[in-house]
Design a protein around this ligand. Structure first.
Ligand SMILES: [Zn+2]
Length: 215
């Protein structure tokens, strides 16, 4: 299956590291109901443009590099998915309900490996009077390297506003940052999970009342 068979992936994490984690939907429970939105390299490339990880020129350079080196696209996709699952495993340690099948010590090892590779392909450049870190100097690995950097930045920063859209209450299990002032956000997006849970509850209530009258 490809994303063409599924509704468009929702971008609701509030941080690119979480949007990456949320490219499997629903995020839990693991099983046949889950859809992989990064199933093919072309889907990764499309998603990377959609979330503005790469611009059109960079996407074209990535596509050209993938075309020139057979297997490079699958290799990039594999790294991205490994980084994603490592990120989810490590974030699941902070979100009580989230569950990952990947052990945290394996996850940190995977991340260290890809972080080292991404760092080796990064360079410091002068930018006017300051210095800038340019991550990804090799187009074929550009997307994977940037995502690795973003994930590492996120994991090493404060994540006190990290939440999971509650699966047990009918949510999707996506991770998101609660930017609300009082930290009371419950759903990944009220317009998505919040509303559909409310509609399901109303329908169930109505059905229960109708059955009650019929008896
Ligand atoms: Zn949700």
């Amino acid at each position: 299956m490809t994303s063409r068979d599924n509704p468009q992936l929702r971008i609701v994490g509030g941080h690119l590291a979480l949007d990456l984690v949320n490219t499997v939907a629903p995020r839990r429970p693991a099983g046949p109901e889950q859809h992989e939105y990064l199933g093919e390299p072309v889907e990764l490339l499309e998603w990377a443009q959609r979330v503005e990880l790469v611009d059109a020129a960079e996407a074209a350079a990535v596509a050209a590099a993938w075309h020139a080196a057979p297997g490079a696209d699958q290799q990039a996709l594999r790294v991205v998915r490994e980084v994603r699952e490592a990120a989810y495993a490590l974030l699941a340690d902070r979100v009580p309900a989230a569950q990952s099948t990947l052990d945290s010590s394996v996850a940190i090892g995977t991340l260290n490996l890809h972080w080292a590779a991404a760092s080796a392909r990064s360079v410091l450049v002068r930018d006017g009077a300051s210095v800038r870190l340019q991550v990804g100097t090799t187009p074929a690995q550009l997307i994977a390297d940037r995502l690795t950097r973003i994930v590492v930045d996120f994991l090493t920063a404060d994540s006190s506003r990290l939440k999971e859209c509650p699966v047990e209450q009918g949510g999707c299990g996506f991770l998101f940052l609660d930017h609300s002032r009082n930290g009371s956000r419950r759903w990944c997006a009220m317009a998505d999970c919040g509303t559909s849970v409310k509609v399901r509850r109303l329908t169930a209530n109505r059905r229960a009342r109708a059955t009650g009258k019929a008896e």
